[in-house]
Design a protein around this ligand. Structure first.
Ligand code: UDP
Ligand code: MN
Length: 279
């Protein structure tokens, strides 16, 4: 038993984790996930992609989902994937839907601990914005005669990961279920994570709860303090111009063996796992 009791205890079985990926990234991005955090949530994590891939279907024991969405990086294709992720979560019957990108490291035990603080029977949208103020858009209402209205809302950055409780997801069904997520995206012509914020904050009037422990590569990763790594829910990386990587600063594996630092993060958080450098 743990020393402090959280109000709701979240088990792995309560979780549905979706990872958005694409055929062009399978080989460059999935191995780092499969070798690390995926091992802690093998039955919870599903990869949403755009092509059948027998090799990774095998590597993930059948957890690759071909969304049949287009494999181009356009708004419509990304909203299509999010729509399939959302519908698969609904069908799963699980308590929490957590979305991540394929360049996220997810600290699975910490994610569970975070969710312990929230009741999945209440409406929760947990994540972290990447802009300092709510997004403001101008929307032409359904009646063209009326003046366009200004709409302001927050959204959680998809590249940092976010979670939605089952109760909230059920309320989203009339507007976003059964593929309708794509329709909303088409209407406002904004990316998938923005569309999610629009649906939850503007259409349903439920507020985003900011959780600072989600991280995307829009932040400089090197400023994350290693003493707090165990508290962070997600990490990311990106490769900038030339050979500069935006990655967390951490000892561990050689940069050439672990350029994204996922294996080093994994060994730092869980020193008992196999194949970690001796310390
Ligand atoms: N992605 C996708 N289709 C594409 C390109 C990217 O589904 O054609 C996914 C990718 O797998 C990742 C997310 O979209 O999960 C963000 O892509 P990326 O990291 O390349 O770009 P970013 O927006 O973070 O700069
Ligand atoms: Mn990215």
């Amino acid at each position: 038993a743990t020393a402090t009791m959280a109000p709701f205890s979240t088990d792995l079985v309560d979780l549905f984790i979706s990872v958005k990926t694409t055929r062009h990234y399978h080989h460059s991005r999935l191995p780092a996930i499969i070798a690390t955090w995926f091992q802690f949530a093998r039955d919870q994590t599903w990869f949403f992609t755009d092509r059948d891939d027998p090799y990774f279907q095998n590597q993930t024991n059948g957890h690759m989902i071909n969304t049949k969405c287009s494999s181009s990086h356009n708004r419509r294709a990304l909203c299509c994937k999010m729509s399939v992720e959302f519908d698969r979560f609904l069908a799963s019957g699980r308590k929490w839907f957590c979305h991540f990108d394929d360049d996220n490291y997810v600290n699975v035990p910490r994610l569970l601990k975070l969710l312990d603080n929230y009741n999945p029977r209440e409406d929760w949208y947990l994540g972290r914005p990447s802009i300092p103020a709510p997004l403001e858009i101008v929307r032409q209402g359904p009646e063209p005669s009326k003046r366009p209205q200004k709409v302001k809302f927050w959204f959680a950055t998809g590249g940092a990961g976010f979670c939605i409780s089952r109760a909230l997801a059920l309320k989203m069904i009339p507007v976003a279920g059964g593929g309708k997520f794509i329709t909303v995206g088409d209407r406002i012509r904004l990316p998938d994570d923005v569309t999610m914020g629009y649906i939850i904050e503007h259409l349903l009037k439920k507020q985003l709860t900011v959780v600072e422990q989600f991280h995307s590569h829009l932040e400089p990763m090197k400023f994350l303090n290693r003493d707090t790594f165990h508290e962070q829910v997600s990490f990311s990386y990106s490769k900038g111009s030339r050979d500069e990587w935006n990655v967390v600063k951490i000892d561990g594996f050689d940069e050439k063996d672990d350029p994204k630092r996922f294996r080093s993060i994994h060994c730092h958080l869980f020193p008992h796992v196999a194949n970690c450098p001796h310390r």
